[in-house]
Write a protein that binds this ligand. Structure first.
Ligand code: 5GP
Length: 190
């Protein structure tokens, strides 16, 4: 998606460890007009799937999921990170490895908000090794719900997550796929 690629070129910063910083428009300050367009693009791709719920992880997936959910007219459920006292035992839990922090953390979703009737679209800001998506897929499996597809804003195509998920037959729609990035340049898959 050219709009997103142009924004990455204008505002993204490549950090050591193959991390792209997009705080300027996605992860800290949010460019509402841009994120609305990203939500529209997810809707265009997945609109025929009868999605009943959008699932993401706090916090950076929430704005994107919200933008898409407005078009699908379905709720957003965001998985919570860490152990939470106030959700009790009525939760699905999965351990996830954080690409950016290099640590593992627990992810929980209340059983009240994901059931076997749900047809779920996962949305997240980045796809790198695929751990976050696999964790959400595990939670969808625990709920007996159905995964309909995965919408990603920025896929780092030089990391294995996208290929791993597509090889399983999952419809992964990434709005920008980075082919390579170095300190001074970012190139996209054509
Ligand atoms: P994965 O689980 O696919 O390895 O990594 C995806 C998760 O790690 C995303 O939820 C995102 O928050 C974070 N992430 C991975 N790579 C990057 C990156 O280059 N920049 C930022 N800002 N987050 C990333």
């Amino acid at each position: 998606m050219k709009l997103l690629e142009d924004k990455i070129l204008a505002c993204g910063k490549v950090l050591p460890g193959e991390v792209l910083k997009v705080d300027n428009f996605l992860n800290h300050q949010i460019d509402v007009a841009l994120v609305t367009e990203l939500g529209n693009a997810f809707y265009e791709h997945f609109s025929l799937y009868n999605i009943t719920k959008i699932l993401t992880v706090e916090s950076s997936g929430i704005a994107l999921a919200f933008a898409a959910a407005q078009r699908f007219n379905v709720p957003v459920v965001f998985a919570k990170k860490g152990k939470h006292k106030n959700v009790g035992d009525n939760v699905y839990t999965c351990e996830c490895f954080s690409y950016t922090k290099g640590t593992t953390y627990d992810v929980t979703v209340s059983k009240d908000y994901l059931t076997k009737e749900d047809k779920v679209l996962i949305i997240d800001d980045f796809l790198a090794n695929g751990a976050a998506c696999e964790c959400l897929m595990n939670i969808i499996g625990q709920a007996g719900a159905e995964l309909m597809g995965i919408g990603i804003a920025i896929e780092k195509g030089f990391q294995p997550g996208g290929e791993k998920l597509r090889r399983q037959g999952i419809d992964v729609q990434s709005l920008a796929i980075i082919e390579s990035m170095t300190g001074s340049s970012v190139t996209f898959r054509g």
